[in-house]
Ligand binder design. Structure first.
Ligand code: FE2
Length: 236
């Protein structure tokens, strides 16, 4: 049995708005998918898998820059140094992304006699990054959320999150939504996509459905979502 003190304390959200929840579920699922594919590939890592890995590292880089420019910036205006630990972890992530890119290139250029070592190095290094990032995201969703909840109202937090979304090019919105939609629960999908159906221009909502929802959900999940969304009125 695992002693209780080895587990993190996860306090209740008390109904507060958790701006990290959906995007972190997306990143966890995407990382798990990639590490499983790397493990299954062994030395036969395809160019397609390396492209997906590079895309994920790119979104990871983008994600931490959003957190710093919007969440950390707002938090530190009210509480100096509130995000300094997390910023240090982000700097480590940036170094890690460069290191992983180096390992990808090393695999691509390895002669056949060295491919096994290069593939193993990439697999283990990526899993080590995941371990650190999972701890990092846990800290954001517990300790840092607690700080945010003490300093900001839910409306203010939604406004900060809105600033992140407004800063994204449509192509980036689609890339994040493709990770997020299959990673969250059926109930959460209606929160996310229902809000979009009500508030976003109809053509933007249609683009998200066609490019991020239909290609990523199972038939059953899609049927469930369409049923729930049929009760939500579209934006005028
Ligand atoms: Fe972060």
């Amino acid at each position: 049995m695992i002693p209780p003190h080895s587990l993190p304390v996860i306090a209740s959200t008390c109904g507060r708005y958790d701006m990290y929840g959906f995007i972190h579920k997306a990143l966890r699922k995407a990382q798990c998918d990639i590490v499983v594919r790397l493990g299954q590939a062994g030395t036969d890592i395809t160019p397609g898998l390396l492209t997906d890995l590079r895309d994920l590292l790119d979104l990871g880089r983008l994600h931490i820059s959003h957190e710093e420019a919007h969440i950390h910036m707002a938090a530190e205006l009210r509480m100096p140094q509130a995000s300094s630990r997390l910023k240090g972890q982000h700097d480590t992530h940036r170094d890690t992304f460069l290191g992983l890119e180096g390992l990808i290139v090393a695999f691509e250029q390895a002669p056949s006699s060295l491919r096994q070592d290069a593939a193993r190095r990439l697999y283990l290094a990526f899993s080590a990054f995941m371990a650190r990032d999972f701890e990092h995201m846990l800290e954001e969703e517990t300790a840092h959320n607690d700080t945010l909840w003490r300093q900001f109202s839910d409306a203010e937090l939604m406004n900060i999150e809105g600033g992140i979304i407004a800063s994204l090019a449509p192509e980036k919105v689609i890339r994040f939504m493709r990770l997020m939609v299959p990673a969250i629960s059926r109930h959460e999908r209606v929160t996310l996509l229902g809000g979009m159906k009500v508030n976003a221009p109809p053509e933007a909502f249609t683009a998200v459905m066609e490019l991020a929802v239909y290609p990523t959900l199972s038939v059953e999940d899609l049927r469930d979502l369409e049923k729930r969304l049929s009760n939500v009125a579209a934006a005028a």
